[in-house]
Each structure stands twice: as C-alpha cells, then as structure tokens.
Write a protein that binds this ligand. Sequence first.
Ligand code: ZN
Length: 512
Amino acid sequence: MRQFLLSICLLALVSCQSSRTALNTTQQNIEFTILQINDVYEISPLEGGKAGGLARVATVKKQLLAENPNTIAVLAGDFLSPSFIGTLKDEAGERIAGMQMVETLNAMGLDYATFGNHEFDLSDPAVLQKRIDASQFEYTTCNALRINGDKKEPFTQKINGVDRPIPSYLIREFSNGKGQSLKVGFIGVVLPFARQDYLHYEDVTESFRSTYNEVKDKADIVVGITHLDVVEDRQLAADVPGVALFIGGHDHTEMNHYVERTVITKADANAKTAYIHRFTYNPPSKMVQIQSSVKKIDDSIADEPSTQKVVDKWQSKVDQLMSEMGFDPNRKVLQLSQPLICKEALVRTQPTNYGQLTALAMSAAIPGADVYLLNSGSMRLDDNLSNVVTEYDVLRTFPFGGSIVKMQIPGIRLQQLLDTGLKTNIGDGGYLQQIRAVASSGGYLISGKELEKEKMYTIVLPQFLAKGREQNLEFLGEYTFQETAELDMYDSKVTNDIRNIVIAYFKQLKQY
Ligand SMILES: [Zn+2]
C-alpha cells in the first residue's frame, strides 16, 4: 500500500509544522475516514477474478468502520452505464440500465455519490429517476439540472417517501465521542459532456465557486466530489482555493495531484484500486491533516457476504444469458503484455489498438475487401483492458453485438465515408476505427494506391452502419450489402456477430 501524507493549513496564520505538533499532542482531535471509488461499471472482479469487485470494497469499508466508526464511502460518478448487463432486460421487459449497480452499491454501504457523464447515458429521464430513487446513498451535484418544460430544476431523490431536490452540497457531522464534533461539506460537480434533452449544465467553475462560498461558513472542512478531467480538476482547484480534497473521477487511472492546498485523487476504474483518506482535525487550531493511501482491490481481500449475495444474484443472470448465447464469461481468449485501449475519449477520437485489432478480426472473417471499418460507438467499454481478455470482456466491449457485412461503393462515396467518419464525427460514436485507408494530402491511399473517385471499392462494416443508422453516415443506407449468417474463420464456422469474430481472432492470436 502506497501512502502519502498531506497537511493542509486551514488557518493561514498557523504554520503547518507547529500545527502538526499540536495535532499529535491534543486529545481533542476528531478523526474520520473516506473510502473513495470512482468510475465503476462492474460489480464482479475483472482480469480473471484478480482485480476489483464490489464485495471486496465492502469488506474494506467494514474494516475501516471497525478502525473508526466515522467512516463513509464515496463514489465520484460513472456507474449506471455502460455495462453488458445494463443492456439486458428484466422479467418485466424493462432495461436493467444500472439497477445492478444501485443494488450492489446499496448493499456495499455507499454513502454519497455525484453524477458522472455516464449516468446521463440513460436517455429516458424516468428510468434515471427510478435508479436515483432506488439508491440508498445520497447524491450531490452543483451544476447538473433537469429541464422541466421551460424550467431548470434540481434533480430529485425520493428519501423516505418524500421527493427531495438533490442538493448542490451535503453536510456530514462527525464527532470524537468526547464532546467535539466537526462538519464536512461535500460538493458534487460533473463535466458537461453527456447531452440529453432533459439535461442542463451550469458553468463548472462558477457553480462550484458559489457553492463553496455558501458551504465554507457552514462546514469546518470542504471536500469536492469532482467528476472532471484532471486538467479541469487542477484548474478548478486553482480557481477555487480552500477545498481540502477533490475526490475525483472520469480519468480511470490512479493518480494524485496537489494544487494550491487541494489534494486531488482518482482511483482506477472498476474499483481495481480505492483511495483511503484518513482525516485528523484539530478544533483549536482548525488544522486538518489528510493521510491518503491507495488500496489495491484484489483476490487477497475476502468478499463481504451480504454484498456478494447481491452480486451473485446479478452475476448468475449474466452467466445464464451468456451461456445461452454460447459464451463462457470466464474463458480467457487473449493474454496481454500491453493494455487494449478502449477509453471512450480515445476510441472516439483516434485509432486505438483495440479498434485496429477489431478491424483486423473483421478482415480475418471476410478477407479480400479494400477497407474494414467500424463505428467506435459500438465499443462501449470506456476502459482499457490489461493482463488478460476474457469472453466477458469482449461482450462488455460490444454489448449490442451485431453482424458484419460486405458492400460495394464508388470511390467518391468512400471518400465521403472516410471524411465524415474520421473528421466530422470525431468525438462521437460515429468516429470510425478502420484499417487499410491512409490519409494523404487531402485524399486517401487505399492499400497504398490513391483513392479513385470512379472506381468501385469493397468495404466490410457492421450491418448497423450499412443500414445508414449512424449519424452523418445515413447515405450508406442507399447501397445494398451482402450478409452471411456464418463465416469461415481458421477452419471453423463462426456465427456472424462481431463478438464471435473478435473472440475467434483473439484466440488464434493467443497473445498481444
Ligand atoms: Zn466520466
């Protein structure tokens, strides 16, 4: 476990050094602990059972509670989506859409959360409302509002049967059992990334600043729960100084920064790590000391039984469905010596190795075409894969599956397809991962030769694209395509579905 010790003077006149001495000698200190996770889409461990798992996080919380009853768990956004299980439907025919996460986080004893951009993947505000209302933890956000007719209102959460506006900040009181107590203010904030008709964002800095100014006189310590890009986190810490800690998210890899007097920490996505922040507050000096450490969540930690029960309930649904589809969730298909890159911010803006390997898998399934391409929005993982790839990892990458097809289009249309898919659609799900086309001085080289506008080219692409269902690429729907139910790959028949194709390709690749 790596540890670092950070001291923050809340009282500018008191030097850190003398106050630390005061901290060590007084009997009046109040201590509390925050367990931080962020960007969690999976309830079960990944990497063949080695990394992550919310039942293990629950065990860590129990251990911290035994050490200090003043312990809370906080999730810095991104959990209702994406996931493979979230795309499935329950017995009533309703999409699961994050219900598995809410139930597991409830069992785990999560205390507070803020919205991440992925909470707003839920396009139906009524479904989002149901998930919020089913949460036994509380939300805070200072800048995400719900559009209701021509009004912009806070989202609400049903608590004890009453609809309560989700507040821009929460206050939690901790005491030391000796008559002293302190108040900690938590401010949630989210980057304005996801777009939905029901959603409005206030400016990140301005709303955070005004909320901080309101809360700083009501609380002894202020903590941000910030679902922001780290560059924005650093800027916000500089723009609104005085916040002790940013419990950050969105970046998916473990990191810590120190800006002004604000500590910024982010754990690895999917609870592969968690941060533990141990606070010591000294009321007379108003000094706070934070001791932060990174905790690896791995198979050395036992599962907490009541959380595991909930995980098992959902996981058995996944396992059953996967086996009905002919998949084994735990079967290893590829050994990795480098990560497969599928973070949304990367896969939707530039070629990544996972996108390239998928296009190569398509070329192994239907050889002989000029260009192989797929819409990056079909790759929903928003994470990188490391160590080992299982069949489950491939399914959670491509939760919607779908066949690939062959199509002939004239060069002028291929040029339009590439221009749109590689430039216009950058940042969106319609950005293309592709092989064989290379940009060159305003045009493209196709297998090394300049694209000819009159020539007919053969492309292989997902049926979804071929039907003209992608944004700005509707024109593809004008062309006919050829589709076969089964494909020949490596002397066996493979069902024409991108997941089977990628798995077959990975299996013969063995390692990458
Ligand atoms: Zn995010």
